[in-house]
Design a binder for this molecule. Structure first.
Ligand SMILES: C[S@@+](CC[C@H](N)C(=O)[O-])C[C@H]1O[C@@H](n2cnc3c(N)ncnc32)[C@H](O)[C@@H]1O
Length: 212
C-alpha cells in the first residue's frame, strides 16, 4: 500500500539530484527554491527527527548537520543506496509512510519532502492517525510537498502543463494523489493537530503541524 510508484524512483535515483537542481525543464518549477524548502523544514524541526521518503538524502544531510538525532525511512533500494553514500553511517530503514520497522527512540518531529502525495487521501489519514499516536504533546509534523488550493487550481495546473508540452508533469499530476489544503486541514485537525500552510513555489507548500 502506498508503494505503487516505487519503480519510478528506482529508475530515477541516479539522476534525481540533477532534477532537483532544475536540469529537467518540466520539473524546474516544482523544484524551484528546493534548498530553501529543505532549509525551512530543518528550521521548523525540533529534537529527534524521523524522515519519510528520504530519497537521495538531501534533507537528511541538512538535518544531521543541524545536530538533530535522525532516523530515515525510504522504500526504494536504489534511493537508499545513494543516500547512504552521501550520509555515511546513518540509519535509513526500508519502509514507507504506512509500514516501517518499530522505532524505539522517542520522536519529536516527523518530516518529509516531495513524498506524502504518494498516499491516497484515505492512506494519508491512516498515516496521520498513526503519527499522532507516536508523537508527544507539542510534537511536530513538517512536510514540504505539492498541494493545491482547490481541485480547480489543480486542473488549471494540469492544463497549463499540457499547453507547455510538459506531458510527463501533466501525467504525474493526474496519476499521483496531490491533495488540496482543505483535505489536509481536515485530516490533521481530526487527529489533534494545529496546522498552518506556507506557499514555497507554484506547486510546493510547507505544512506545519503541532500536536495539541
Ligand atoms: C520525489 S522523491 C523525494 C525525495 C526527497 N525527500 C527530496 O525531497 O528530495 C520521493 C521519494 O518518496 C519515496 N516514496 C515513494 N512512495 C513512498 C511511500 N509510500 N512512503 C514513503 N516514501 C515513499 C520515493 O522512493 C522517493 O525516494
Amino acid at each position: 500500500m502506498g508503494r505503487e510508484f516505487l519503480s519510478i524512483f528506482d529508475d530515477w535515483a541516479n539522476t534525481y539530484d540533477l532534477s532537483v537542481a532544475g536540469v529537467d525543464q518540466q520539473y524546474a518549477a516544482v523544484f524551484s527554491n528546493y534548498d530553501k524548502i529543505l532549509d525551512e523544514v530543518v528550521e521548523h524541526s525540533e529534537g529527534n527527527v524521523l524522515e519519510f521518503g528520504v530519497g537521495t538524502g538531501n534533507l537528511s544531510k541538512k538535518l544531521i548537520e543541524a545536530g538533530h538525532s535522525f532516523i530515515g525511512v525510504e522504500p526504494s533500494l536504489a534511493m537508499r543506496e545513494i543516500a547512504k553514500e552521501k550520509l555515511g553511517d546513518v540509519e535509513i530503514l526500508d519502509g514507507d509512510f504506512l509500514s516501517f520497522p518499530v522505532i524505539s527512540e522517542s520522536i519529536n518531529t516527523i518530516v518529509s519532502t516531495y513524498a506524502f502525495h504518494h498516499l491516497t487521501d484515505k492512506e494519508k489519514e491512516v498515516a496521520i492517525s498513526n503519527f499522532s499516536q507516536m508523537l508527544p504533546k507539542d510534537g511536530r509534523i513538517v512536510f514540504g510537498d505539492t498541494i493545491f488550493q482547490s481541485d480547480q487550481a489543480k486542473e488549471q495546473m494540469i492544463e497549463q502543463a499540457k499547453r507547455q508540452g510538459y506531458l510527463d508533469l501533466a501525467d504525474d499530476l493526474q496519476r499521483e494523489y496531490y491533495p488540496t489544503i482543505t483535505v489536509l486541514k481536515n485530516i490533521f485537525t481530526l487527529y489533534n493537530f494545529n496546522i498552518a500552510f506556507h506557499q514555497m513555489n507554484d506547486f510546493v507548500w510547507l505544512l506545519l503541524a503541532k500536536k495539541n
